[in-house]
Design a protein around this ligand. Structure first.
Ligand SMILES: [Zn+2]
Length: 406
C-alpha cells in the first residue's frame, strides 16, 4: 500500500541524508541543556532554523514556546507535531565529546533529540510542499518536565488560533533502535501530587518521615524499570495487555522548598493510567498516613497540589498513521501496546483532551553499543541512528495524514 505520491523509501533516503545535520544539532543542544522555563537559547535556534526553512514563525508562545507553520500546496487538515525542548536537573555522567557543559543539568529525557527530529521533519516536508495537504504546525514546547508548558501554550491560545485536527509526538525510549511502539488507546499514567506536612511535637520527625515515605511507596502495585532489559520486559506486558492499566505507582520525595526542614514536608507523586482509581488511592494514602502518625503521636496536613491527566491516544489516529510506520524503511518493527506505560506522565495529555493525539515511542537503545539506560538517569544516551528513524517517522506520518485525515 502506498497512498503518498512520494514513496516512503524516498522519504527515508532523504532522512538518511540529513543524518549529519541531525547529529550536529542534537549534540549542540545536548552540550547546552536548559531547564524547564529557561529554554531561551534552544528556542532561538529553533526559530531561526524554521525561518531559514521558509516557515511562518511565532515565538514566545506560553513562555519560550515556538510555533512554525508549514503550508502545503493543497487544501487539507491542520496537523500539529509537538517537540518538547527542556532538560532535567540531572548531573550527567558521560565521557562523550558532547556531554553537558551545564553543571547539574542534562538532556536525560532526550528532548534534544526531539527538537532535532522535529526540525528534520520540518526540513523534509518543506521540500515536499507540493505533495503536502493542509498545513503542519511544528510546536516546540517549553517546560514539559515541570508539566506546565502545554498548559501555558494552550492558555496563550495555541489550539484556539490554529485548531489542529490531530496532534503527533515522538518520545525517545529504551526500546531497541529501529523499533517504534504505539499504544492503541491508554498510553501514559496520570499523576496526582500531594504535599504532606508532619507535626510531631517532641517526636522523632526523621524516623516518622522515612517510615511514612516507605509505607506510601509500598502502595505501588508495580516497580518501575531500572534498565532497558526491564523496560523490554514491561513492553512485552504492554503488548500482551495485562494488568498495567490498573497499575499504581507511588513515589515520595523530601520537599526542598526554601526555609523548610526536609523532614517536615513530604512530596508524594501518585501515578495511575486509570483516573477512576484516584478516590480509592487517596483514601489509601490517608489511611496509611493515619496509621504511621498515630504511632508517633503526630499529626499531618495533606493537600492535593497538582494533577496531570493520563494520556490516551485516539485509536482512529493510531490506525491512520500505522501504514506510515509500517511501510517506512528503517523501521524494523512496529509494536502495538494494549496497555499503558504506568510510570511516566506527559503534559501532552492536556492537548489530547481537545485534539485527537498519538504519542509514539521511538526506540533509541542499543545494548551492543552500551546504550541501555532508562530515561531520567545520569548516563542516559541515545543511539543516534534513531534520529534518522524518528525524522523519517515524523515526516512520513505527517505527510500521509495530510491526505487521509479529516
Ligand atoms: Zn520527556
Amino acid at each position: 500500500m502506498d497512498t503518498t505520491q512520494v514513496p516512503f523509501s524516498d522519504l527515508f533516503a532523504e532522512a538518511t541524508a540529513l543524518r549529519e545535520t541531525l547529529v550536529a544539532l542534537r549534540r549542540d543542544l545536548h552540550v547546552h541543556p536548559e531547564l524547564s522555563g529557561d529554554e531561551r537559547r534552544t528556542a532561538g535556534r529553533v526559530a531561526s532554523r524554521l525561518r531559514e526553512l521558509g516557515l511562518e514563525v511565532e515565538e514566545h508562545v506560553g513562555g519560550h514556546g515556538v510555533v512554525g507553520v508549514l503550508q502545503g500546496a493543497h487544501p487539507g487538515p491542520t496537523l500539529a507535531y509537538r517537540a518538547d525542548m527542556d532538560a532535567l536537573p540531572v548531573q550527567e555522567i558521560s565521557d562523550r565529546s558532547y556531554a553537558s557543559l551545564v553543571l547539574g543539568v542534562s538532556h536525560a529525557c532526550g528532548h534534544d533529540a526531539h527538537v532535532a527530529m522535529a526540525l528534520g521533519a520540518a526540513e523534509l516536508l518543506a521540500g515536499l510542499r507540493n505533495d503536502l495537504h493542509g498545513r503542519v504546525l511544528f510546536v516546540f514546547q517549553p517546560a514539559e518536565e515541570s508539566l506546565d508548558g502545554a498548559r501555558a501554550m494552550i492558555e496563550a491560545g495555541l489550539l484556539d488560533r490554529y485548531t489542529p485536527a490531530a496532534l503527533l509526538a515522538l518520545h525517545v525510549s529504551p526500546l531497541q533502535v529501529g523499533t517504534v511502539g504505539i499504544a492503541e488507546d491508554r498510553c501514559l499514567a496520570g499523576m496526582e501530587e500531594f504535599h504532606v506536612r508532619f507535626y510531631a511535637p517532641g517526636g522523632d520527625l526523621e524516623a516518622l518521615f522515612s517510615e511514612a515515605a516507605a509505607a506510601l511507596q509500598a502502595l505501588s502495585t508495580h516497580e518501575g524499570p531500572r534498565d532497558a532489559a526491564q523496560f523490554e520486559a514491561l513492553a512485552q506486558e504492554m503488548e500482551a495487555g495485562s494488568e498495567l492499566d490498573r497499575a499504581v505507582f507511588v513515589s515520595c520525595w523530601p520537599n526542598l522548598d526554601e526555609g523548610e526542614t526536609p523532614a517536615h514536608h513530604l512530596l508524594v507523586l501518585a501515578s495511575m493510567a486509570d483516573f477512576d482509581l484516584r478516590p480509592a488511592l487517596q483514601r489509601e494514602i490517608r489511611r496509611t498516613l493515619d496509621r504511621v502518625v498515630d504511632r508517633y503521636g503526630a499529626t499531618y496536613d495533606l493537600a492535593v497540589t497538582f494533577v496531570n491527566p493520563p494520556l490516551r491516544n485516539a485509536p482512529a489516529l493510531v490506525a491512520a498513521i500505522r501504514p506510515a510506520l509500517e511501510h517506512l524503511p528503517g523501521v524494523e518493527r512496529v509494536r502495538l501496546f494494549r496497555d499503558p506505560y504506568p510510570f511516566s506522565h506527559e503534559d501532552l495529555a492536556l492537548y489530547a483532551a481537545g485534539v485527537p493525539t498519538a504519542f509514539v515511542w521511538l526506540g533509541t537503545a542499543n545494548a551492543t553499543r552500551g546504550i541501555a539506560s532508562i530515561l531520567h538517569t545520569p548516563d542516559f544516551d541515545i543511539d543516534e541512528d534513531a534520529l534518522v528513524t524518528g525524522t523519517g517517522v515524523a515526516a512520513a506520518a505527517l505527510l500521509h495524514l495530510s491526505k487521509v485525515w479529516r
